[in-house]
Design a protein. Structure first.
Length: 302
């Protein structure tokens, strides 16, 4: 670990996932949808990855969905929560993304679906993932981005200010897609790509969204959060605020989930590399059918 600030209470993250493990499969629609999109990216890579790691495996969602994809022969599963790991089944261990229990150059492929947004040092975790990959190994990850649950966040913040005269820490800092590629580059990956999907889920009422977040183990684990339960008056005001600000004519409310997808490779000499400056064999001006103006000369108005 580095000296990064402690943003999340990792013990609380583990407890939330432990609590969710028993009934997660009945409340796993969002994880299933995101896992399917993650595996679509694996389908785009036409090669086999015999030994793979599912990091943050929950109860084994990815394992059940693989169906021979990626040429995976052996899948190791790992989760911060011992109960999640136990429910995942074969070859599952309890381990921390902030201190991976795997040797360097172990895996051909590492997948991670919805766990890395709870680590305190994302760059450090990415470095460990890259080290655990064999040269030319592939990393595919999905984590919640900054636009996730923006409606709920705004409603809770405004309600707490109105009812209690102040706001407690509720907002988890999450990766922005514009920064994610740089984080992969900093971690030593080659050919990094980051993109994002916005998934909108329709709910009959805001309280059902809150119940789903709890059932998925995705409730507030900010280290400096208020430890007491939310006051009833504050919760009621937040629900009403949610309806007033975001409710549709049919009475339903939307919940936004921004998902940042990460794709990157452990470095290998065979991989493509950027061309050296000045090594081009064709002129851009010729390709565009335009006139090249030498550096330092000003274009004259026509």
């Amino acid at each position: 670990m580095t000296d990064s600030p402690i943003v999340f209470d990792r013990k609380t993250v583990r407890l939330h996932r432990d609590r969710a493990a028993e009934h997660l499969d009945a409340n796993d629609f969002l994880r299933h949808e995101i896992a399917e999109r993650l595996l679509d990216r694996l389908d785009d890579v036409k090669r086999a990855f015999p030994l793979a790691l599912d990091l943050g495996c929950a109860t084994g969602t990815l394992s059940r969905m693989l169906g021979g994809r990626g040429g995976i022969e052996t899948l190791v599963q790992c989760d911060l929560s011992p109960r999640m790991a136990k429910a995942a089944g074969r070859r599952a261990v309890a381990g921390d993304e902030e201190a991976l229990p795997f040797a360097e150059n172990s895996f051909d492929l590492i997948l991670s679906c919805l766990s890395l947004h709870w680590v305190n040092d994302l760059p450090g975790a990415l470095v460990q993932i890259r080290r655990a990959l064999k040269p030319d190994g592939l990393f595919l990850g999905a984590l919640f981005g900054g636009g996730t649950c923006r409606e709920l966040r705004q409603s809770l913040a405004e309600a707490e200010i109105a009812v209690e005269g102040g706001m407690s820490p509720r907002v988890s800092p999450m990766a922005e897609v514009r920064d994610a590629g740089n984080l992969l580059h900093r971690a030593g990956f080659a050919l990094p790509v980051a993109d994002a999907d916005l998934i909108t889920v329709s709910y009959g009422e805001p309280l059902k969204l809150m119940a789903d977040l709890r059932a998925m183990g995705e409730t507030n684990a900010v280290h400096e959060r208020r430890k007491a339960p939310t006051k009833r008056d504050t919760l009621a005001a937040a629900v009403q605020r949610y309806r007033d600000l975001f409710g549709g004519e049919d009475g339903r409310v939307p919940a936004s989930f921004e998902v940042v997808f990460l794709t990157a490779w452990a470095p290998h000499p065979s991989q493509q590399k950027p061309a050296r400056p000045g090594s081009a064999t064709a002129r851009l001006a010729d390709a565009l059918g335009s006139e090249e103006i030498p550096s330092g000369d000003r274009a004259r108005p026509r």
